[in-house]
Write a new protein. Structure first.
Ligand SMILES: CC(C)=CCC/C(C)=C/CC/C(C)=C/CC/C(C)=C/[C@@H]1[C@@H](COP(=O)(O)OP(=O)(O)O)[C@]1(C)CC/C=C(\C)CC/C=C(\C)CCC=C(C)C
Ligand code: MN
Length: 389
């Protein structure tokens, strides 16, 4: 274990790296890429979703969400889920741990941080801890220290072992300690956390996506998982008549919508890193290729392509809206705020006349604040079935 008391927010990735040098880990996978190739090949796209999804042309890959929902709804205390571990942490240390998580969330994720400020204290602390774990995981593969750490399967395997430790109450540093405590307070499942690490594995070897199915899988791994991690913290309204599956699906869609938006916002930046997340077959349908993405020229063809991409990203936010109304009363406002603010990045791309090759779309603070009352009024809505019960 490393010394954690000197960590500063900007050292998050270094802190992650400092504990991954021990040589004794077991290798779970022969290599990062073979693991992911296997996943892509064996998780057959399975259209088990509603007519609405079919009409939208959205493939719903079998992402084993049912497995998570089933455990979440059961009272099986033997399972890793719902284990009430009691980390031996004193109040002051824990307060400091959460405070460090808060600082990082405030510094790196203004939109999410705004959302968390609208939550109850317990929930907001839990989301800060989850945020920091997600951010550190992402930093391992594309943060400033990623090259220095030569991110490879070893680093990610070690990070996954460390995750397993966190879930049994063993923390390596202060950030882990906050998450360990969160796990003792909320019925979090380790699965989406593991899946996010798989997504980062994927990002280390894959820089092109042939079609939307491939991209969707990546988006699930790195972002849909965040939705699944968040539901147990946000809570489902006790009067909701919706199935847990419906609500988890909606949370997953919010993650997908966020990530598609992220990808559309960052096309130019990602291209500079040699990455094109846009589906190759869809680029070709619009007479475009990687070369157009790299050229930085915003043509009419590019605009038309972007319009279609934006429409699809919005459709995921729309699907998420349905589930947001079934969350616990106290969680609806923050979730609606995050949804509206993140979705409005798409409006900004339109405002920029679809120039996401040279400009980064940005939602100003004023606009964000204006969305608070709109989100508040949306959050007052409860599905009609609840009013009857
Ligand atoms: C029923 C219902 C609607 C429930 C709500 C569920 C819910 C709260 C869903 C939230 C979904 C969400 C916030 C997804 C985040 C997706 C995201 C931005 C993923 C990013 C991936 C990698 O992308 P990239 O490398 O291209 O990005 P950068 O340029 O590096 O930024 C991630 C970076 C993966 C890691 C994710 C995070 C760090 C964000 C985690 C956020 C939270 C835990 C906060 C959620 C809180 C609120 C208030 C919504
Ligand atoms: Mn990233």
């Amino acid at each position: 274990m490393c010394s954690v008391f000197t960590l500063k927010p900007c050292n998050v990735a270094i802190a992650a790296a400092s504990t991954i040098t021990e040589p004794s880990w077991k290798r779970k996978y022969a290599s990062a890429s073979s693991q992911v190739v296997t996943n892509v090949a064996t998780i057959a796209p399975k259209n088990r979703s509603s007519l609405l999804l079919k009409q939208l042309g959205i493939p719903h890959t079998d992402l084993r969400v049912e497995e998570i929902v089933e455990r979440q709804s059961s009272n099986n205390t033997d399972h890793e889920l719902s284990r009430k571990i009691k980390p031996e942490l004193d109040g002051e240390f824990l307060d400091e741990s959460y405070e460090r998580c808060r600082e990082i969330c405030a510094e790196y994720a203004k939109t999410f941080y705004l959302g968390t400020r609208l939550m109850t204290e317990e929930r907001r602390k839990a989301i800060w801890a989850i945020y920091v774990w997600c951010r550190r995981t992402d930093e391992l593969v594309d943060g400033p220290n990623a090259d220095y750490m030569m991110t490879n399967s070893t680093v990610l395997n070690r990070w996954e072992e460390r995750l397993e430790d966190i879930f049994v109450g063993r923390a390596y540093d202060m950030y882990d300690a906050a998450l360990t405590h969160t796990i003792s307070q909320f019925p979090l499942d380790i699965k989406p956390f593991r899946d996010m690490i798989d997504g980062m594995r994927m990002d280390t070897w894959k820089s092109r996506y042939q079609n939307f199915e491939e991209l969707y899988l990546y988006c699930y791994y790195v972002a849909g998982t965040v939705g699944l991690m968040s539901v147990p913290v946000m809570g489902i309204s006790p009067t909701s008549s919706a199935s847990a599956q419906t609500i988890y699906d909606a949370a997953l869609y919010l993650g997908i919508g966020n990530q598609l938006t992220n990808i559309l916002r960052d096309v130019g930046e990602d291209a500079l890193r040699g990455r094109v997340y846009l589906p190759q077959d869809e680029l070709a349908q619009f007479g475009l290729s990687d070369r157009d993405v790299m050229s930085g020229k915003v043509t009419d063809g590019w605009r038309e392509f972007m319009k279609a991409q934006i429409t699809r990203a919005r459709s995921y936010f729309n699907l998420a809206e349905e589930g947001a109304s079934h969350l616990d009363d106290a969680s609806r406002w923050p979730v609606w705020t995050a949804l509206l603010v993140y979705r409005s990045i798409l409006d900004e791309i339109e405002e920029n006349d679809y120039d996401n090759l040279n400009k980064r779309a940005y939602v100003g603070r004023g606009k964000k604040l204006l969305m608070l009352p709109i989100a508040y009024s949306r959050a007052q809505f409860r599905p009609p079935a609840l009013l009857l019960s």
